[in-house]
Design a protein around this ligand. Structure first.
Ligand SMILES: [Fe+2]
Ligand SMILES: [Fe+2]
Length: 223
């Protein structure tokens, strides 16, 4: 890792040092690793600025910490806060303005292909790679754990068999942890790249198997 990356990672790690939400520095590290795999797999090396990709991966979720301090459990403003923090830290490291703007554009849309995102069309490769990398982190057993932590923190009920698993899943997922987990299985459909789909296969299968087992365990009624 070059000096710029080491310094930036240190600054971010300091902010994330007490994170208990699953958005710690190791989440940022994994997002960058996935994003690199995607860039290589899609043959995008000539179109991607690696420093932009690295900074976006490191900084995209840093705003969760400010939300926690402000008592905002939904943490919906984390994107805006991450953008603000990114501008400040990158300016202090003398990163050129056009590069900072690209990092901020990545952060701005990093959650846009989540099931609740607006799906704004873009052909900027750093954004497409970051979105897929972050979605990979929300998939599989690890992703399901992170979803359940978030749901617990937001005081969702554990389970209510009266709620629909299929029809009003959107509504049910805001009420119950189990339905929120099921809802997140939709992430696979939203991936931008073939490379991410390959990387996601095992994660998707293990999460689906886990949910299947979970639903079976939740229903012990007599035949
Ligand atoms: Fe995020
Ligand atoms: Fe993230």
């Amino acid at each position: 890792m070059d000096n710029y990356k080491i310094k930036l990672r240190e600054r971010v790690a300091e902010v994330l040092r007490e994170d208990n939400t699953g958005h710690d520095i190791y989440h940022s590290d994994r997002v960058y690793s996935y994003a690199r795999k995607i860039v290589k797999g899609e043959s995008w090396l000539d179109y991607v600025n690696d420093n932009v990709l690295f900074a976006a991966a490191m900084l995209h979720d840093v705003g969760h910490q400010r939300c926690l301090k402000e008592g905002d459990k939904s943490r919906k403003k984390h994107v805006e806060y991450s953008e603000q923090y990114a501008r400040g830290v990158l300016r202090s490291m003398d990163v050129p303005k056009d590069e900072i703007d690209r990092v901020v554009a990545c952060i701005h849309l990093h959650d846009d292909t989540k099931p609740w995102g607006k799906k704004t069309p873009t052909d900027i490769k750093e954004i497409l790679a970051l979105q897929d990398a972050d979605n990979l982190e929300a998939m599989g057993v690890l992703g399901q754990l992170r979803v359940s932590f978030y749901s617990y923190d937001n005081k969702l009920m554990f389970y209510d068999p009266q709620l629909s698993k299929t029809k009003n899943l959107e509504e049910s997922r805001n009420k119950c942890i189990i339905y929120n987990m099921i809802w997140h299985l939709g992430l696979y459909e939203n991936l931008n790249t073939g490379t991410a789909k390959i990387l996601a296969k095992k994660k998707d299968a293990s999460a689906k198997r886990m949910i299947e087992d979970l639903l079976e365990e939740l229903d012990v009624s007599e035949e």
